[in-house]
Design a protein around this ligand. Sequence first.
Ligand code: PEP
Ligand code: MG
Length: 798
Amino acid sequence: MAEATVLVEWFEDLRRGDVPRVGGKNASLGELIGALAPRGVQVPPGFATTADAYWRFVEHNGLRDVVSGALAKHEAGRLSLAEAGRHIRRAFLAGDWPDDLASAIRAAYAELSRRAGAGEVDVAVRSSATAEDLPDASFAGQQESFLNIRGADALIDACRRCYASLFTDRAISYRRAKGFDSLKVALSIGVQRMVRSDLGGSGVMFTIDTETGFDKVVLINAAWGLGENVVQGTVDPDEYQVFKPLLADPALVPIVEKRIGAKAQKMIYAAEGDGRTTRNVPTSRAEREDYVLGDDEILALARWAGTIEQHYGLPMDVEWAKDGATGELFVVQARPETVQSRRGSEGFATYRIRSKGRTLATGLSIGDAVVAGRVCVIEDAGDIGRFVDGAVLVTRTTDPDWVPIMKRAAAIVTDHGGRTSHAAIVSRELGLPAIVGTGDATRVLHGEQEVTVSCAEGDQGFVYDGRADYERVPLDLGDIPATRTKVMLNLANPAAAYRWWRLPADGVGLARMEFVVANLVKVHPMALVRFDGLRDETARQAIADLTAGYDDKTEYFVDRLARGLARIAAARFPDPVIVRMSDFKTNEYANLLGGAEFEPKEENPMIGFRGASRYYSPRYREGFALECRAIRRLREAMGFTNVVVMIPFCRSAKEADRVLEVMAENGLRRGQNGLEVYVMCEIPSNVILAEAFARRFDGFSIGSNDLTQLTLGVDRDSAELAELFDEQDEAVKWMIRNVIVEAHKAGAKVGLCGQAPSDHPAFAEFLVECGIDSISVSPDSFAAVKQRVAAAETAAGP
Ligand code: PEP
Ligand code: MG
């Protein structure tokens, strides 16, 4: 006797390989439930009807002849597509259920309701088409779904409509175009417990960073209501990022990003009890101002994402939903992520120019890329709305207000600024070519003009007329040699930190906290501490808006700063990440929201109230306490124990003692919980009294920018004196050589994090000869420096 035909299968009994029997969608749900439910991942339970069940329905109602007859007439031009489709669908909708099939579906539904502990459970009824001979064919999205179905009769009716939907006009013409025989395609029906995300929320998560392919974070998007809006990108969802390697410890909360989205609308059912149609409604103010998920839920989803990725052995794209009625979370779909995982490390390259137009402007080159595009001149931050995506941004200068359009530019050209200017540092991290300090770009270039921006020709950058003929030569990371000297990265923009994760760096040698404050916090810490007493009404209002959702204003500073730094720490974990406490100058602090009230006016801010001197001063002490709180959160609550603290601009040993004391008062005691504290070596006194500093700190990082300025007495920002600002001057080299020797005698480590080796790779050779322990460079010059270091090490012998 032939084996009994299986008409209905429980999801947990299905696997990936069952596509021919139940279609791709149901097979993948089966895989999810079968393999992952035992590991704690919740997937709404359910069952599927098989392809055999479909054929049973077709035979029982004599539908083969109906289908072939109508399609033949359509082919012959006697029926329009619409007429043929309607004819076939009517026949399906009028069909009777074979007794055994109807009772199998009813019995499974009764069992599903019993398992859910409900009289009659709400279900989603979805179509999953399958071509037996072509199991890989994708029919996704072609057939209908019916949501929110309750009761066996309603279910049976929805199943019939699912079958009929195999013959929507669109599905018929799709199969015809692809050469599939409509009589060889079957339909499996998935019946799954309904997740009431219309009352809760839903979204998508990826097990890698979708921008860069960084594989240590889970990215979660979340919006209120049904998931459609997030999938289609019609709402601006919340975004959370979780760092995977620290998820295993239940005491840690490694949520490295929590950005609230506008979530202007949510999708719900058009009418109660009618799951077929949905509509968007505006969200309430409370919904817009609140996160869709709490921390525990974010962590739970991220853990599931990790489990799913592990099971499939691939980066995955996962849909999730939260039932607003029960508060439960579910995974509802999982498929391999395709964009980033295929891209590999293609982002790295060098450039060669074959022929080019007239030189229109020159300045300092930042980065090493060549880009052609149309000019968009914007002179005032108030006009940034006019920026055209993908254009070459030409401007006088930039500050944090410009970052949103800088991110969307093909290249950046400024009139003013040097290698350590905002435009230069931000472009470098965004991986964009920039030419800074041209003097006249905003005057000589004009909107819509086609130009080529070249940073591939050494120190000088060129803007050429028209589109140059150039070539991009990808850089093979495998060609970067290993070195004894550690080569680290200077990173300060959390939004761009993951971009460089593939570089074989030994950690972050300098993360400038003030950049993170300027980018993500935007408010002067003292203006948060003393918010109630603020005199500047405009600043007060702006701060109130920014800190909406934080009961305690100082918490806003700590939260934003800790998460921003966390992304930099995550990018290189577990290698050391040296976070330097804030080193704004007073004029820069004054530019932060509410800052003017707290900063003295100075004639020479560069040698004024900056660095260590602020931290113990009554003027700033409470602000520094917030910086310390952020570091503690980063190390203790999130788990980034790879974070090392660094003190900038420390003029004397006495100052060092006072700072270390204030840090200890704020819970950051050197040596406790493995905390290391470094000091910048950027003032001649740091070199002269190296031994005294070495006793107080775990290491030095040479700031060649300030050390050159203060050794030669040359203002580092002066265009007039640019020629005199030379880090390779013998006096500066003497300083560097000496501090390395003295520090090593005292048992302290020495690195260098100034701009010099990034701009002059030969400088790296000098540092290696001096026996430096580490060199930290901007990411775009990493490969060149690494090569120089390797060569110098070889020349020096073992
Ligand atoms: C330096 O002075 O070399 C340095 C790295 O610090 P900053 O450029 O931030 O002053
Ligand atoms: Mg400095």
